[in-house]
Ligand binder design. Sequence first.
Ligand SMILES: [Zn+2]
Length: 101
Amino acid sequence: MPIENPRSQTDDIAVRLDLLRAADEGKLDGLVCPKCAQPCVSVYFTHPNEREYRTWFICGNCGFEMRAQNTGFPPHYSRERDRTIEQAAKDRRLLATDHRS
Ligand SMILES: [Zn+2]
């Protein structure tokens, strides 16, 4: 799974690989955030087209976001964690920027 983030620094890569490894092992919640160091990162998936899956790591605390492109079907993919529709909407900027939670 190549990491799509040109801003990555060497130190970040090891941390990011840890996140990817955790997702591979099925740890999808409570991962430690590389930015704020809180165990607030959850894993989500998008499925933009038939052959493409992406794995997202999103921190609920600081908003850290990392995307990895999968070469195949993510082993721990589940529909409950699929955010394809939300992400597509975000990509098209159809959603208002204020999220009421
Ligand atoms: Zn964070």
